[in-house]
Design a protein around this ligand. Structure first.
Ligand code: HEC
Length: 174
């Protein structure tokens, strides 16, 4: 049963990645990113936070959910980003992140089906990725994705995601 769910999850992720890569070739890259961000905002309001079913076992000092004012601030910045999608050129992610993670966590780590990763430290990300991989933090989707991924990839993804907030700030700066 576990395996079936993991296989379905990975299949879905693969499909989403292929779909997103397809979009990129079809239309101008920035247009597609802007569109994805826009649809992401819609998805967010539709899902309304009911997606995360399991509780994280690894905690950091960071607050679990941003304060309302922070969320508003983020929305404002995302809106600005949409208007000036050209600035997203400054926010290029690695092929690995794009292929394996962006479909659920968003092109800039803003969170879609999966939680927001932007603003998390490298340490937080790496600790959780390792916990998903070794099963100490249970999530079939993340386990299915990471169980075969070498630790060096986890490390480089964590390093990359740790820079998302700074990159985002730079891209949205007036
Ligand atoms: C098919 C969707 C999907 C894909 C693809 C995916 N994730 Fe996730 N991810 C999730 C979900 C859902 C959760 C929430 C799991 C939970 O809370 O137990 C999550 C949780 C996480 C967390 C923990 C976040 C937190 O604040 O606790 C990290 C870190 C993470 N993912 C990183 C990644 C990375 C890196 C990749 C690419 C290798 C990736 N994810 C790909 C769906 C996905």
């Amino acid at each position: 049963m576990k395996h079936i769910i993991a296989v379905i999850a990975v299949g879905l992720a693969a499909w989403a990645s292929v779909y997103m890569l397809g979009l990129d070739t079809e239309v101008h890259k920035m247009d597609s990113i802007a569109r994805i961000i826009k649809s992401t905002a819609m998805e967010d309001s539709k899902l309304g936070g009911q997606t995360v079913k399991t509780k994280p076992v690894v905690h950091t000092q960071a607050k679990a959910s941003p304060a309302k004012s922070q969320t508003k601030e983020m929305d404002k910045k995302l809106a600005a980003l949409r208007e000036r999608a050209g600035n997203l050129a400054a926010f290029s992610v690695s092929p690995l992140y794009k292929k394996s993670c962006a479909s659920c966590h968003g092109n800039v780590g803003e969170g879609i089906i999966g939680p927001k990763l932007m603003g998390r430290t490298k340490d937080y990300i790496l600790t959780n990725l390792k916990a998903f991989k070794d099963g100490s933090r249970k999530n079939y989707v993340m386990y299915g994705l990471l169980s075969k991924m070498p630790d060096s990839d986890l490390e480089s993804l964590a390093t990359e995601i740790g820079t998302f907030q700074a990159k985002f700030d730079a891209a949205t700066k007036k």
